[in-house]
Design a binder for this molecule. Structure first.
Ligand code: ADP
Length: 975
């Protein structure tokens, strides 16, 4: 706000100052309080300075510049520099003027509005020194500036100056167009002075091209306009123009009339320069007319004006023309003097044309004087100058051509660059469009992905709910199914061959199928929910496969299918038994299902490079080529018609494939319709493949040392060496029996029997370390067997492990009530079976190792199962009763206790870890120690008392047992 007011004030003051005459300006300057006002006042003063006092004008402008620099105002610095340049331009010192204009441009930020004048002035100056291209360039800069900061009168002046440049370049058409443009702008500005200028320029062009009529027409228009405006300088200029045209029209009198009018006007205006110029023109016309003395008068007038204005050009030109006229009057001496001065001035200010013409004239003067030598030398100088001028012109032309070429090249480069930029811009815009499109696409895809993700999540949730429900419901199916299967199996195992038997068998078969299907579905849902785990073990894979394979033998027999099995003797692998069983079972049952009577089924397996390859080949119905890819899909069946011959659910193969893949393997098929199929499973079975998955270690059983050589009973079909614990297996299913035997035979001696009765008999005879019994057996079932074993003295101590096919709580209780020590539900985990057996046997072993001596001497004090305690007490009592008799032996003990030597041996060994013989010996020796300590009896007496006849034998045996002889023992106890 404050700044705005200050500005208005300044403008007002400066206007006031402008209106003021010179003296009052000086007064105002003295009173000026602000720097900017002072600067303005200095400009006004310089502007008002008469041409003769240009130096004073320069002083004013210098003062203004000083202040402008002090207040660091680029605008005022620039304006002042421009003003100084203009002063030099008016003095025709164009080069110097140009350096100021350049400085002015540099002092201001580019495109500052006040620079318009600077460009105009610089353009005019460059024009004067015929730097036409530069002039044009700078004038164009001025035009671009005023287009941004409109300034109509300057713009018109710029076009006008540009027209002048074009005129100098002899491009009259362009020049004329520019003048017209200038005229239009001046008209718009209602600038009559400008209009007359433009009109006279147009006229001048017409004059130059020889269209004198048109030239005259415009010159007259110019004059009229000038008169209308009452601008004397313009009127005078128009007259001068008319004078020139008339001279061209060879109408010297009319020309003189026009020049006279001009002189009249200029005199009124005290425009001395113009008077000088006009005087020259008048002199020329007089010269044309042959009125040389008249001409000389006018030239001399011009000369004095030039001198007074310090205008060297005008002065030199006037001298030249005067000399020329003097030559015509044959006044050689004066002519010589004038021409000498012209030459000096021209050389001083480097006015080449004047210099050249002057030498030519001097040559003429000397020639006229008869001084040919000087004439010649001057002529030569003239020729030299002319040549150099021509050269300079050529150079200039060449320069211009080169400049033109360069600028064309530049234009081309610019165009190329523009084209490139346009291309780049195009490319960029294409790129941008592509980017935008990509972005839009990405957004669309992303949102679709999000929607999908959400849908997937929902589906996953649904799936989870579904498979949870599925799992729950499958479990729910399992319980009632077991309750159906249990009584059914009991009924079937009774061996009752009633009329309903076939129906029961049918029910049993279908319940089993249902159970199988449910188990398969449960496996699938486990796989799907990610709850399936690999239960790896390292064991004999061949054995496992043989067991699975042989379980199909009876089916093969029933169906009349020729079944062969090729499995290597032995190979150990790291694998999940359950998964392998399920895969192979499925493939084999399919092979049997889809192979008609008389067909072939081959089951082979081999291990190579840690890969187990199982091949199940059949000569069955085969699978059509186009169906082969589908058979691994869930619930897919090749023949799903209601009339199909084989039953099935379409789950088996998909489960088998998924299990194979879960085992990091593959299941594939090759098949030809009507010929048969080959299913191939390849799974890795090395530990390294399953790095990171826990592997169940094979059990390392510490075999108990051989303790008895007394085993005398004939034992048939007992596998394994005698140092190993002995396990009796009662299992009616031969496959299962074989399987368990193969599972245990490395660590135990085994004997397997097919029914309860035989199991009981064998247990009686052989008193095994453990009995494994199936729950369901023909004849005597597991429950009865267990009961009988536990109630028979010889076998009551034997741990019994029950295998039951049912998971229901009631059979578990039943199993334990019978005194079974442990039970497992079929199908059981093989590792678990081995562990349970190991635990039961170890428990007993530890117990008897801990209490063996006490069990012999004080069985009452050891907490034992009642039956075992009873036996030991009876044994103890018998020995107590008979030990004194030297004839009392193990044989007598067997008879007294009612057991075979074998039974007694196994039983006593099992309970006390000693054989009966050892039992008796320890008893006697312990009693001897007691007698030696407590009674004061002699060693020989004690020897007899504990049933030894031979003293030395007694002593030897005593020392072996106690580490000292009886006498030493006695001596020690006496101490
Ligand atoms: P299913 O319970 O029907 O046997 P699977 O998934 O085990 O279900 O088998 C899918 C289908 O693949 C079967 O229905 C049968 O059409 C075909 N298939 C499987 N094994 C054989 C085979 N050994 N010979 C011919 N067709 C077979």
């Amino acid at each position: 706000m404050c700044r705005g007011l200050l500005w208005l004030l300044l403008v007002a003051l400066s206007h006031q100052a402008w209106a003021q005459p010179y003296d009052s300006l000086l007064t105002a300057l003295q009173r000026s309080k602000t720097d900017t006002l002072t600067i303005h006042l200095y400009h006004q003063l310089a502007g008002k300075t008469t041409p003769e006092n240009v130096d004073r004008a320069l002083v004013y402008e210098d003062s203004a510049l000083h202040i402008a620099k002090r207040i660091k105002s680029p605008k005022h610095i620039s304006i002042t520099l421009t003003n100084i340049g203009s002063i030099y331009r008016n003095r025709s010192e164009y080069t110097k003027a140009c350096s100021y204009f350049k400085e002015a441009v540099n002092a201001s930020p580019p495109l500052s509005p006040w620079l318009a004048d600077t460009y105009l002035e610089a353009g005019i100056s460059l024009l004067r020194i015929t730097e036409l291209d530069s002039a044009m360039q700078i004038l164009q800069q001025g035009v671009s500036l005023v287009q941004q900061h409109p300034n109509g009168s300057v713009e018109a002046a710029l076009y006008n100056a540009m027209g002048n440049v074009k005129r100098e370049q002899n491009q009259y058409k362009e020049a004329s167009a520019l003048y017209f443009q200038s005229l239009k702008l001046f008209e718009a500005q209602k600038d009559l002075k400008g209009q007359t200028q433009a009109l006279s320029n147009i006229s001048n062009i017409h004059n130059l091209i020889g269209d004198v009529d048109k030239a005259l027409e415009y010159a007259k228009q110019s004059l009229e306009t000038a008169k209308m405006a009452g601008i004397k300088s313009s009127i005078a200029y128009s007259y001068r123009l008319l004078g020139r045209i008339y001279r061209n029209q060879k109408k010297p009198d009319e020309a003189l009339k026009a020049y006279d009018e001009a002189i009249h006007m200029y005199t009124e205006l005290q425009a001395r320069r113009e008077i000088g110029e006009t005087e020259l023109s008048i002199g020329n016309i007089q010269y044309d007319k042959g009125s040389f003395p008249e001409a000389i008068l006018h030239y001399k007038h011009s000369l004095s004006v030039g001198k007074s204005l310090s205008d060297t050009f005008m002065t030199a030109f006037a001298h030249l023309n005067t000399a020329n006229a003097l030559l015509m009057t044959k006044d050689y001496r004066h002519a010589e003097a004038y021409i000498d001065t012209a030459i000096v001035l021209a050389e001083k200010k480097n006015l080449v044309n004047i210099r050249m013409d002057s030498y030519a004239l001097r040559s003429e003067i000397y020639e006229a004087e008869g001084n040919y030598k000087l004439s010649l030398s001057n002529y030569r100088t003239y020729i030299n100058i002319r040549d150099s001028v021509e050269r300079e012109q050529h150079r200039q032309e060449a320069k211009e051509i080169e400049a033109k070429f360069q600028s064309e090249k530049k234009d081309d480069a610019i165009q190329l660059l523009n084209a490139e930029n346009a291309l780049k811009a195009n490319q960029q815009s294409y790129l941008l469009v592509i980017l935008v499109l990509l972005l839009v696409l990405a957004i669309i895809l992303y949102s679709r992905y999000q929607v999908k993700l959400k849908a997937n999540e929902k589906l996953k949730e649904l799936d989870l709910v579904k498979s949870k429900f599925f799992t729950n419901i499958s479990h729910e199916f399992r319980t009632p199914l077991s309750l159906i299967l249990g009584p059914l199996e009991k009924k079937l195992s009774n061996g009752d061959h009633g009329a309903e038997m076939e129906s029961f068998k049918l029910m049993h078969r279908n319940a089993r199928r249902l159970q199988h299907l449910i188990n398969q579905l449960l496996d699938l849902s486990r796989l799907e929910s990610g709850n399936m785990e690999l239960h790896l073990e390292v064991s004999d894979l061949a054995q496992t496969l043989r067991y699975i394979g042989s379980s199909f033998s009876s089916l093969a027999e029933r169906k009349g299918i020729f079944y062969t099995q090729h499995i290597p003797e032995v190979f150990t692998g790291c694998y999940d038994r359950d998964k392998v069983e399920k895969i192979v079972n499925n493939l084999l049952s399919n092979a049997f299902k889809f192979t008609p009577e008389g067909g072939l089924v081959n089951f082979r397996a081999e291990v190579m490079n840690g890969l187990l390859t199982i091949e199940v080949k059949d000569s069955g119905i085969g699978i059509p080529q186009d169906q082969q890819k589908n058979i691994f899909n869930r619930f897919y069946q090749v023949d799903d018609s209601a009339t199909r011959s084989s039953e099935g659910s379409g789950v088996g193969l998909s489960l088998a494939k998924e299990l194979a893949e879960f085992h990091r393997g593959k299941l594939s098929v090759t098949s030809s319709e009507g010929i048969g199929s080959v299913f191939t499973v390849v799974i890795p079975v090395t530990r390294e493949t399953f790095a990171g998955v826990p592997v169940k270690e094979p059990l390392l059983v510490n075999d108990p040392p051989a303790t008895s050589g007394e085993l005398a009973l004939p034992v048939l079909a007992i596998h394994g060496d005698e140092s190993k614990p002995f396990v009796l297996i009662a299992e009616d299913n031969p496959d299962m029996q074989k399987f368990v035997v193969e599972l245990l035979q490395d660590r135990y001696r085994t004997l397997s029997v097919l029914n309860g009765v035989e199991a009981y008999d064998r247990a009686q005879a052989l008193v095994p370390d453990l009995v494994i019994s199936d729950w369901m057996m023909p004849g005597m079932d597991g429950r009865t067997l267990c009961e009988k074993l536990k109630t028979t003295e010889a076998t009551s101590h034997i741990p019994v492990l029950m295998l039951t096919a049912r998971a229901d709580q009631s059979s578990k209780l039943e199993g334990l009530e019978t005194g079974a020590d442990d039970y497992l539900i079929k199908p059981f985990d093989t590792g678990e079976l081995v562990t349970r057996i190991h635990n039961l046997i170890e428990q007993r072993k530890k117990l008897r190792q801990l209490f063996s001596r006490e069990l012999i001497l004080q069985p009452k004090q050891i907490a034992l199962p009642s039956r075992d305690a009873d036996f030991l007490l009876r044994l103890h009592a018998l020995v107590e009763e008979k030990y004194e008799h030297p004839d009392f032996s193990v044989e007598e003990l067997c008879l007294e206790i009612g057991m075979s030597r074998m039974q007694l041996h196994r039983k006593v060994k099992a309970l006390t870890d000693q054989s009966p013989g050892e039992f008796l010996r320890i008893f006697r020796l312990e009693r001897a120690k007691q007698l030696l300590t407590d009674t004061g009896l002699q060693v020989s007496e004690v020897c007899l008392k504990v049933g030894y006849n031979n003293l030395s034998n007694f002593s030897k045996i005593f020392r072996e047992y106690a580490g000292v002889t009886p006498s030493e023992f006695l001596a020690e106890t006496k101490k």
